[in-house]
Design a protein around this ligand. Structure first.
Ligand SMILES: [Zn+2]
Length: 142
């Protein structure tokens, strides 16, 4: 190990701590998604056989899908956080480039936006206020 050209924001211990938190959150989410998938299979089959009311069945399936999508989005955020940890950009707001506060990262280790930008996006349907950049993945507001 000679020179360290790729300076990181966190020392090894801190980085390991963040990684552990992200992986724990990821495992937890994966479990939830699996459980939801199982529920969805069982309930739609039962509904199809026993309910004449197709509208209700569709409604239930939509509900489950939207939950799945929320979990799926968060899973994607966690994967992006793990990547940024490797590349050294972890903890930097993707919109304005400032460092996300330590308290916010403790609460949400997969946060990609500082609290100001998150608030701004929530008022703008999840998109950055200056919406001339093409960054579809960043509509993921955690
Ligand atoms: Zn920001």
């Amino acid at each position: 190990m000679s020179s360290n050209g790729n300076a990181k924001r966190f020392d090894a211990a801190k980085e390991a701590e963040i990684r552990t938190a992200l992986l724990a959150e990821r495992a937890n989410l994966a479990k939830q998604i699996r459980a939801l998938g199982k529920t969805s299979l069982v309930s739609s089959r039962t509904a199809g056989e026993e309910l004449a009311d197709v509208g209700t069945d569709d409604f239930m399936r939509d509900m489950e899908l939207s939950v799945m999508t929320e979990e799926g989005k968060r899973l994607a955020l966690i994967d992006m956080a793990l990547e940024s940890l490797d590349s050294g950009s972890y903890g930097i707001c993707v919109d304005c480039g400032v460092e996300i506060s330590a308290g916010r990262l403790r609460a949400k280790p997969y946060a990609r936006l500082c609290i100001d930008c998150k608030t701004a996006r929530e008022k703008n349907d999840g998109f950055p206020p200056d919406n001339d950049r093409e960054i579809p993945e960043e509509e993921l507001v955690e």
